[in-house]
Design a protein around this ligand. Sequence first.
Ligand SMILES: Nc1ncnc2c1ncn2[C@@H]1O[C@H](COP(=O)(O)OP(=O)(O)OP(=O)(O)O)[C@@H](O)[C@H]1O
Ligand SMILES: [Mg+2]
Length: 245
Amino acid sequence: MIEIRELKKTFESHSVLDGIDLNLNKGETLTVMGISGCGKTTLLKLVIGLLSADSGSIKVDGKEVTGLTEKEFNTTIRRRMTMVFQQGALWDSKTVGENIELALNIREGISEPERRDMVIESLERVSMEGTENMYPEELSGGMIKRAAIARAIAARPDYLLYDEPTTGLDPVLSRRISELIIKLDEELRTSSLVISHDISSIPHFSDRVAMMHGGKIVLTCEAGKIWDQEDEVFKDFLHGTLENV
Ligand SMILES: Nc1ncnc2c1ncn2[C@@H]1O[C@H](COP(=O)(O)OP(=O)(O)OP(=O)(O)O)[C@@H](O)[C@H]1O
Ligand SMILES: [Mg+2]
């Protein structure tokens, strides 16, 4: 379980996160929605330790992780938590297989044959078998997303953070990625925190959704009930008329 309390982050004088309170329960998929620039990627980067918070608390399975040194963070949390970045963030000069192998460096004591098997298995799980020798520039947008997911699951994390996994894809591909997220959660028993503003696909892969606005979580509800909510901010978001504060 991840418990986030009163989390704050300011860039120069711009307050982006102004007291985020959010729980990710074990085994669930929680989607955080919010308009562009409201701080969603910043929240994920804080959770995975790529940025440090100004104040507040993040507990992973009861252990406080804010304030850990990079080394402490790497040895305790990072091997259990991976992130699928907004643009995929594959290394262009490396093949798909090499990209995935790099992600396995976080785990010690894996032999060469085991590494190769883990690369192949990860690619199979995202239906990309046989692509390990391809370079990112040879992949379509949907394949890049899947390769990025294969890299994120390679080290068998307990927690997966997805930043906009379906945004920018056509409806069919978006649906396929949503189904992939559900399948992986079931097969690998991960707990997933997903960032998305792709309303059409959110209910498919989420157990719960949370709405972020003005640096806070203004609402959480079951995914199937998003259209029943009376909250004004939430309604404006769903109708595409919400603006940053
Ligand atoms: N490293 C940084 N330095 C300064 N400002 C930053 C930094 N990272 C993010 N910001 C600012 O924080 C705000 C939130 O950015 P963030 O990327 O978290 O938004 P987002 O909700 O993920 O947006 P999008 O939906 O477009 O991806 C933006 O105003 C952005 O300019
Ligand atoms: Mg973002």
